[in-house]
Design a protein around this ligand. Structure first.
Ligand SMILES: Nc1ncnc2c1ncn2[C@@H]1O[C@H](COP(=O)(O)OP(=O)(O)OP(=O)(O)O)[C@@H](O)[C@H]1O
Ligand SMILES: [Mg+2]
Length: 226
């Protein structure tokens, strides 16, 4: 599995809800193949920023490019499925009626990848997240940590240029959190994918990130390069 990575450039990204500014001109660069951790108090706009990257919402102003190509500005809007992204959220968001393999295979089916290649890539992704041979199970027969590993496998299987994480470990117990955090770090290092990782946990940011950005009052308050 060789995955391309793309730099992210955000310039002046602005978003308001009901006249209340939430993001007030965010400028950020994430060099290709690096991980940026996004910290900040509840309600400061972390998930709002991630949704702009994901293409789940449109900025009111500013522009956003991936690998030098504009994905959102005043006139351009590239939809999520064309942005080359993998996403992992807090609540796993697995489909309960599908097997583990079915969940991981879904992004490949959307891209009309042939069945033999799908089977191969699904097993490869499951192996990468430590779930080799678990494809036939239902998500309900897995622990929370294993379910999040399935979500991780689903996020990498289509070889995204960019991965987005929104507090992926916050539903897990502390020991599990540490081991999955290490697993995510190893995976990102192996794949070389560009990543933005939202967390409340400075320890996770320290393990994973090349750059740690703190948002406050809709602005970048602090940037630490490590
Ligand atoms: N779709 C929406 N409509 C109206 N207001 C919204 C919407 N989405 C977010 N907001 C508001 O924008 C602000 C920022 O929300 P956001 O979810 O980005 O915060 P956050 O930093 O991710 O917080 P947390 O750490 O609690 O997840 C909040 O005041 C929230 O109520
Ligand atoms: Mg949030």
């Amino acid at each position: 599995m060789t995955q391309a990575s793309a730099k992210i450039e955000a310039r002046g990204l602005t978003q308001a809800f009901d006249g209340q500014p939430v993001l007030d001109g965010i400028d950020l660069d994430v060099p290709a193949g690096t991980t940026l951790a996004l910290l900040g108090p509840s309600g400061c706009g972390k998930s709002t920023f991630l949704k702009l990257l994901a293409g789940l919402s449109r900025p009111d102003a500013g522009h956003l490019s991936f690998g030098g190509d504009i994905v959102a500005d005043a006139t351009t809007f590239v939809p999520p499925e064309q942005r080359g992204l993998g996403m992992v959220f807090q609540d796993y968001a697995l489909w309960p009626h599908m097997t583990v393999a079915g969940n991981v295979s879904f992004p490949l089916e959307m891209r009309r990848v042939a069945r033999a290649e799908r089977l191969h890539r699904v097993e490869e992704a499951l192996t990468r997240v430590g779930l080799a041979g678990m494809g036939a199970r239902r998500p309900s027969a897995l622990s929370g940590g294993q379910q999040q590993r399935v979500a991780l496998a689903r996020a990498i299987v289509a070889e995204p240029r960019i991965m987005l994480f929104d507090e992926p470990l916050s539903n897990l117990d502390t020991p599990l959190r540490a081991s999955l955090c290490d697993a995510i770090g190893e995976l990102l290092a192996q794949l070389g994918t560009t990543a933005v990782y939202v967390t409340h946990d400075r320890g996770e940011a320290d393990v994973l990130a090349h750059t740690i950005v703190t948002l406050a009052h809709g602005r970048v308050e602090n940037i630490i390069h490590r």
